[in-house]
Write a protein that binds this ligand. Structure first.
Ligand SMILES: [Mg+2]
Length: 284
């Protein structure tokens, strides 16, 4: 019986580089290495988690590598995040690559807006907003984030409040038609139910410069599952990051589809550096 996934422990930089080199040499199509498309979640995948989302930053070296990969892949790179578009614009100013925000609710390329899901009912959102703000008023360690199309209550600074937050958001979700609950890493959200990251990836793969390419998706969380599963079903490579998803995926997720696992953001960046190096030496 095949193992559901290959577990690799690669704590040193040397081991991380070796894992990245092996993965790229095994997965990058030798006949047309430039014919892949990259889809990258942000939190937990490209960067570790911060006490609040507002203090996360992308280093100049990281940004440079993303821009280089985007050029090498003819523009077929997308950031796919649960963050608001405004927050993504702060993290990635003047992007050369596509942006998907709000868990798939809005898609932009450098050329402009591609799609935006309809805004959830304003009265329903106002009710949810008020309830989450009351929770923060009662415990300021909680952090409320209004993303427009979704409303989030973070409890990273108060982990013992998880049950309380889950109960509140479950109750709000039950009473709010047209919204779905999105559980995340120390965060619970309510957002529109007509889209997800999978539908966003599918939309981008239907248009240039993504169309016809083999997708690689990197993600670490529940919100990435629809995209990981879509990419796998479309003949691409689904790469889970960290420990959050591994225990909850179906046992057959990694076989026979092309599924991979990396330990965390440093391993993801090692793979991206290795990929860029392989593309730079590949025949055009
Ligand atoms: Mg994530």
């Amino acid at each position: 019986m095949q193992k559901p996934f290959v577990s690799r422990s690669h704590t040193s930089a040397t081991e991380t580089s070796a894992v990245a080199r092996e993965l790229i040499s095994r997965l990058l199509p030798s006949d047309a290495p430039q014919q892949i498309a990259l889809f990258l979640d942000v939190d937990g995948t490209l960067v570790g988690f911060s006490p609040t989302p507002a203090v996360t930053s992308i280093s100049p070296a990281m940004r440079q590598l993303l821009d280089t990969l985007t050029a090498q892949l003819g523009g077929a790179v997308a950031i796919v995040s649960g963050r608001s578009m405004q927050d993504l614009a702060r993290l990635f100013p003047d992007p050369t690559f596509a942006h998907v925000g709000a868990h798939g609710g809005e898609i932009r390329t450098p050329a402009g807006l591609v799609a935006r899901a309809p805004a959830p009912d304003a009265v329903t959102m106002a009710t949810v907003r008020a309830a989450m703000q009351r929770a923060v008023a009662s415990d300021p360690r909680l952090y409320f984030e209004d993303k427009g199309a979704s409303l989030a209550l973070h409890y990273r600074r108060a982990p013992e409040c998880e049950q309380q937050v889950r109960e509140l958001v479950t109750t709000l979700g039950r009473e709010a038609s047209g919204l779905r609950i999105q559980w995340g890493a120390a965060v619970a959200e309510l957002r529109g139910d007509s889209f997800d990251k999978g539908s966003a990836v599918e939309s981008l793969l239907g248009m240039q410069p993504f169309q016809g390419r083999r997708p690689w998706y990197f993600g670490d969380d529940d919100t990435d599952l629809p995209a990981l599963q879509y990419v796998a079903s479309a003949g691409g490579t689904a790469i889970t990051v960290g420990d959050r998803l591994r225990s909850r995926l179906p046992a057959n997720f990694y076989q026979p589809i092309r599924g991979e696992h990396l330990d965390g953001p440093s391993a993801v960046w090692a793979v991206l550096r290795e990929l860029s190096g392989a593309l730079s030496s590949a025949p055009q």
